[in-house]
Ligand binder design. Structure first.
Ligand SMILES: [Zn+2]
Length: 126
């Protein structure tokens, strides 16, 4: 199988201008912004933002808070049918065409040859 992608780590940083309630710091308001704190005002958040900044709400300004989001994009191989098979599972990754590969992208024998319920009588405990 042709490997068309290695497992790839992705990281994205995004920012919020955050305010927390003085009496309950576990809750408050967060406004998506860029790394300099620029907030894109919308009708929905503009009044709340104004009330946070002007002290109408009893909140503490925590400034610009970065949040890091990290995820892995699974490796992938090209199936005989030309579809992409993502190697999500370490043991079994099926393609729509019926072929399957393990987590290393190695072709597996047809399920009918190893499906536990089908071969239990042959290989199961006696
Ligand atoms: Zn296929």
């Amino acid at each position: 199988m042709e490997r068309i992608r290695q497992r790839t780590r992705h990281t994205e940083v995004y920012y919020n201008r955050s305010f927390v309630w003085r009496t309950d710091p576990s809750a408050g308001f967060a406004f998506p912004c860029d790394e300099r704190g620029t907030i894109e005002p919308t009708g929905a958040n503009l009044e709340t933002l104004f009330q946070c900044i002007m002290g109408v709400y009893d909140v503490v300004d925590e400034g610009i808070q970065p949040y890091v989001n990290t995820w892995y994009e699974p490796a992938a191989v090209r199936c005989d049918c030309e579809r992409e098979i993502e190697l999500i599972d370490s043991l079994y990754n099926p393609c729509e065409c019926g072929l399957a590969v393990n987590g290393s992208g190695q072709r597996l024998a047809p399920v009918s040859q190893w499906e536990p319920n089908d071969i239990y009588d042959v290989f199961g405990p006696r």
